[in-house]
Write a protein that binds this ligand. Structure first.
Ligand code: GLN
Length: 141
């Protein structure tokens, strides 16, 4: 179950109304993570194809059994999710549950939905999203 812990209690700095969670995933894990996020009401997710190496030294798992040096870049997917402060821990927990990967959390000073010009909480909220699911109140219109 998600930890009932605020972003502030988790120690994310600086304090911010919104945060962006970034996770670097092995490509085959992406559908598991994205469907898990969608199920919990996270509807705004961006992915990009990236390449990287890190703690596992460009781990060669599933890389055709060939030998690679430590600085071999491996294909990864970067997933980015902007959420309100109170949803950060639930998103982080879901990513960990579905992918066993690390992630970083970045403060976001404002959110703008370009299509509508909405800013702040109005722009961050998604119709039928997690905030709506958690709230008995009518979604903001
Ligand atoms: N926090 C938003 C909501 O509850 C969802 C944000 C997102 O999907 N990235 O509606």
């Amino acid at each position: 179950p998600p930890r009932a812990q605020s972003a502030a209690a988790a120690g994310y700095q600086p304090e911010s109304e919104f945060y962006k969670v970034e996770a670097i995933l092995r490509p085959w894990r992406v559908p598991y993570v994205s469907s898990g996020l969608l199920q919990m009401g996270i509807r705004g997710v961006t992915v990009s194809d990236v390449r990287g190496f890190g703690a596992q030294g460009g781990s060669t798992e599933r890389h055709e059994g060939s030998e690679f040096s430590e600085d071999t870049f491996i294909d990864k997917v970067k997933m980015e999710i902007v959420v309100s402060k109170d949803q950060v821990e639930a998103v982080v927990d879901k990513i960990i549950e579905k992918s066993r990967t690390g992630e970083i959390v970045i403060p976001v000073s404002d959110v703008i939905r370009i299509r509508t010009g909405e800013r702040g909480e109005r722009a961050e909220r998604m119709a039928g999203g997690l905030a709506d699911k958690l709230s008995s109140a009518m979604p903001i219109s």
